[in-house]
Design a protein around this ligand. Structure first.
Ligand SMILES: Nc1ncnc2c1ncn2[C@@H]1O[C@H](COP(=O)(O)OP(=O)(O)OP(=O)(O)O)[C@@H](O)[C@H]1O
Ligand SMILES: [Mg+2]
Length: 364
């Protein structure tokens, strides 16, 4: 699978975006740069980031290791100071805040971590109480709020348990409850499900989605698990070497990734041809093209396999086919092995108007 030839000179026009009401802006980054000073000179982690995140949105950030994701999320509560540019929250430049104002800002921003960061020597209730104690809130109020939140995250009755007695998923639920104690309007999640098994990940994602809906808070989420983004995020930004290479609604970025970086990141979601089948196809018929067709469910028609085979001539093997829903939109993918005469496939696809994208994904 070495060669990628685009059959269309330009990508097909993107489908109409869904009719979602515009959101008020919660976070804006303008020309944000971050350089770390190191013994061997400055390391540029962020190189001019412009982003806008809406109120109540679940916004995903993806990118390879070292792309700058953690640096970016940490500029949102000034755990990292920017080297240039501005971070505005509710229109306010947070770089201009006094120390007292910064404390207030951080109370409105909760954060959860990959390794939960709970205090092992304290009970669940004591862990939850910490941020409120620091804020000078009385004990009765703290306990009431903690009990409400433990109910919300599905941990009723665990007030007096120690973290060592909890599963990974339960610990992350405590982490989420703790992050919500000060009633934040923004929740930052840096690889919050990366230490969890798939089933527990599902339950934590469902919880985050529920909290997003019930409390209306904005969630900014970093993950290397593309399935997580697909499942819960409204929009996503792709980082590469400290720059945003692509951003947009998840259905659009996942359905028609424009950048090579995004394609590479999404590769684990795509079904590959098992090597033994690829080998058999190659030995059967010599060089056959591996043709990937994606369709976005906008078309009134469905792909007609018989018509495709007739047009291409010769045997056409269906290697993979499926439709899934992303944000309620159908996204389909067909992977075929065939030997089309030059130009025939393109002509056919244009006539059909079925597919959002068609490419020769390589040869088997
Ligand atoms: N405190 C620091 N001092 C010096 N360099 C740093 C520091 N923190 C991060 N970096 C560098 O900045 C770049 C971006 O790092 P960052 O942690 O933001 O990446 P990331 O996308 O979160 O990666 P990962 O997926 O591995 O968590 C990397 O080159 C990293 O080595
Ligand atoms: Mg990171």
């Amino acid at each position: 699978m070495s060669q990628v030839i685009s059959l269309y000179p330009a990508p097909a026009p993107a489908a109409e975006p869904p009719a979602v009401p515009p959101r008020a802006e919660h976070i804006r980054l303008q020309g944000v740069r971050k350089a770390y000073g190191t013994a061997t000179g400055p390391v540029e982690a962020l190189r001019g980031i412009d982003l806008s995140i809406g109120k109540g949105e679940i916004f995903g950030i993806i990118g390879r290791s070292g792309a700058g994701k953690s640096s970016l999320i940490r500029t949102l509560n000034r755990l990292e100071e920017v080297s240039a540019g501005q971070v505005l929250i509710d229109g306010q430049d947070i770089g201009a805040l006094s120390t007292a104002q910064l404390v207030q800002l951080r109370r409105r921003i909760g954060m959860i971590f990959q390794h939960f960061n709970l205090l092992a020597s304290q009970t669940v209730l004591e862990n939850l109480a910490l941020p409120l104690k620091a804020a000078g809130v009385g004990r009765a109020v703290i306990e009431q709020r903690a009990r409400e939140l433990l109910k919300l995250v599905g941990l009723e009755g665990k007030e007096h348990a120690y973290p060592s007695r909890l599963s990974g998923g339960q610990k992350q639920r405590v982490g989420i409850a703790r992050a919500l104690m000060l009633e934040p309007s923004l929740l930052l999640c840096d690889e919050a499900t990366s230490a969890l098994d798939p089933e527990t990940t599902q339950s934590i994602l469902a919880l985050l989605k529920h909290i997003n809906g019930a409390l209306g808070l904005t969630i900014v989420l970093i993950t290397h698990e593309m399935a997580v983004i697909r499942q819960v995020c409204d929009r996503v930004a792709v980082l590469e070497q400290g720059q945003v290479v692509e951003q947009g609604p998840v259905w659009q970025i996942f359905g028609q990734p424009a950048s090579q970086t995004t394609r590479a990141l999404l590769a684990p979601l795509a079904t590959q041809v098992p090597p033994d089948i690829a080998q058999r196809l190659a030995s059967d018929n010599g060089q056959r093209a591996l043709i990937e067709l994606t369709f976005d469910g906008q078309s009134a028609r469905e792909p007609d396999l018989a018509a495709i085979a007739q047009h291409l001539g010769g045997p056409v093997s269906l290697l993979h086919g499926g439709i899934e829903r992303i944000q309620g939109r159908a996204q389909g993918r067909l992977l075929l092995a065939a030997s089309p005469a030059p130009g025939r496939l393109e002509t056919f696809l244009r006539q059909q108007g079925l597919f959002s994208q068609a490419r020769v994904a390589g040869h088997v």
